[in-house]
Design a binder for this molecule. Sequence first.
Ligand code: AMP
Length: 218
Amino acid sequence: MKRAHVFLGPPGSGKGTQAKLLAERFALTHMSTGDILRDAVSKETEIGLRVKAVMAAGNLVDDDTVNGLVFARLQGKTTDVLFDGYPRTLQQAEALAEFLSSRGLELGLVVDIEVPEAALESRVVKRRVCSESSCGAIYHLDRKPPKTTGLCDLCGSPLKHRSDDTAEAFRSRMETFNATFKPLQAYYEGSPNYRLVDGSGTPDEVYEVVVKIFEERA
Ligand code: AMP
């Protein structure tokens, strides 16, 4: 691995959908801290048991735990990495910068997907995800429904509704986002790698824009 790219954006901005597509297209390792943490919760690991309630309430898991999980997974990676949902705090951004520079690695693109807050709740509440963790395809009941109700188009596994994709947990996740995002954005905004993207269009429209950003950089 030479570079780590970062996707920023509120819950429901589509960063997971876009990150998956881009990772496939450009042969990057997609690393979603939300997926890593949900996997730990479902396997009832020591970390999973500790973070379960925090995640269910829509709060952030502590920085040391998240940084530790991420850095352990970066060891020995040969392909560049595309982070989805990490960093989420200024402390995580600084820890990542330190990790990269101490190993002679670089920060790649920082893609910040902006979507008006009013559009986000429906995206999250109507989101369904593939229950097979190695697939993890993402659907929306209106914007991107599966071909067969309740089943993943790609692997046929049942779709599930994330426990933190309820209207109540969404509000708390938005509050957390609003409280932590500005300093994080300010940290990256001045970087030549930073790109602000309008995420209010359809997934295909947003994909066209982000692909161009990655192609220009390649
Ligand atoms: P996500 O799938 O990115 O929406 O993340 C789901 C949940 O996992 C978040 O609401 C947090 O509780 C937790 N989480 C994911 N990534 C991070 C992170 N970088 N820092 C702290 N908590 C995180």
